[in-house]
Design a protein around this ligand. Structure first.
Ligand SMILES: [Zn+2]
Length: 136
């Protein structure tokens, strides 16, 4: 493969962005239409994205074909929803409301990023029904 000339001025995002998952926390981006190879990659990217902006989110609905994350603050409208599509097989961001009205969480800002990710994964694994409220 030849290297693709970079276009710094372009706002165009490559549609298939799962390599995004391995990006440093500060560089993770999310947007509608973005595709991931697995839901796990989606969830990882969502966690990193929110760690970067100092917000706490959790996954309200997760199964093998879709995943929805919302903010811990019930009054905050931030949410992202990802669902499987069959052709081409991938997990695509369907809904993304990227506006936190909640206040920045200083705890997460100072916490070690890796620790936060591990801690969140542990919590989700141990308490799959962590749903505090049902989104819509
Ligand atoms: Zn929020």
């Amino acid at each position: 493969m030849h290297s693709i000339p970079s276009d710094e001025d372009s706002d165009e995002t490559p549609v298939f962005s799962q390599s995004n998952v391995d990006a440093p926390v500060s560089q993770v981006r999310l947007e509608v239409g973005m595709e991931f190879e697995t839901l796990n990659q989606f969830r990882k990217a969502v966690r990193k994205f929110n760690i970067n902006i100092g917000r706490s989110i959790f996954f309200a609905r997760c199964d093998s074909t879709r995943s929805k994350a919302i903010c811990y603050d019930e009054d905050c409208p931030w949410q992202i929803y990802c669902a499987k599509r069959t052709f081409p097989a991938s997990y695509q961001v369907k809904t993304f409301f990227n506006e936190h009205t909640c206040s920045r969480d200083s705890h997460y800002k100072s916490a070690d990023e890796k620790w936060v990710i591990d801690e969140l994964e542990e919590r989700i694994r141990v308490q799959p029904n962590l749903t505090v409220r049902e989104a819509d």
